[in-house]
Design a protein around this ligand. Structure first.
Ligand SMILES: C[S@@+](CC[C@H](N)C(=O)[O-])C[C@H]1O[C@@H](n2cnc3c(N)ncnc32)[C@H](O)[C@@H]1O
Length: 213
């Protein structure tokens, strides 16, 4: 465990860094239309929760600054290299999204993709996002969520929850993140639900959108 309280698993940390290094481009290709929409016109400094190996760097302009909140140290080497390739200045913080250490009302924009499924406490993360955003600032997200109750996908999400969480370091396919976002106290929340057609069936039910502080 680091002093952030995040447990870095010696085997699954590097496994996930390799997995997202290899399959990240495929995942990103599947969600590219949503990302292009919600990550359009990002400001010169962006805070990202759970940057992983840098899947979203391509949506920042060269010369921008990314404040990356990423507690999983095995991701850091690839993230640094990807930021250098994209000419993005990287301010990498070994912190958890529940406690970013950033000042109140200090950020214009916070982004996340495929992170609220994995954090220990998504409601606490959303409260932290609201705390650090300036009035009018935006939280832009692309996340996978629980399928409709009673649906075959929902049954599969339940069936696979333990091996999935074990493999992907606590990831849950059963979270109602749209509900949490709407309950988090943002001034306005725009959410688009959609379904991917990837082989990762439990991960195909997703939302993308923007919450305004
Ligand atoms: C599924 S990966 C997604 C990575 C990247 N955002 C992407 O779209 O490829 C989840 C990421 O969240 C990070 N993470 C897990 N718990 C976290 C927490 N409490 N705070 C911040 N990041 C966290 C993991 O280390 C990992 O990089």
């Amino acid at each position: 465990m680091t002093d952030t309280g995040f447990v870095v698993n010696r085997a699954r940390g590097p496994f996930n860094a390799t997995f997202f290094g290899l399959l990240g481009p495929y995942i990103d290709w599947n969600v590219r239309h949503r990302k292009r929409r919600v990550f359009a016109d990002l400001p010169p400094t962006v805070v990202e929760l759970g940057s992983g190996v840098g899947a979203n760097l391509r949506y920042l302009r060269p010369g921008s600054t990314l404040v990356a909140i990423e507690p999983n140290v095995p991701m850091h080497r690839r993230l640094r290299a990807a930021a250098a390739r994209r000419a993005v200045r990287l301010d990498l913080r070994d912190r958890v999204a529940e406690h970013t250490g950033l000042a109140d009302r200090s950020a214009d924009c916070v982004i996340s993709s495929l992170v609220l499924c994995t954090v220990a406490d998504p409601a606490a993360v959303l409260a932290e996002v609201r705390r650090i955003l300036r009035p009018g600032g935006t939280f832009r997200f692309v996340e996978h969520v629980a399928a409709r109750p009673g649906s075959p996908t929902r049954a599969l999400q339940r069936l696979l929850r333990r091996p999935w969480a074990w493999t992907f370091e606590g990831c849950s396919c059963e979270r109602d993140l749209a509900g949490l976002l709407r309950a988090a106290g943002f001034a306005r929340v725009d959410i688009e639900p959609y379904r991917l057609h990837s082989p990762f069936i439990t991960f195909n039910t997703q939302i993308a959108g923007i919450a305004y502080a």
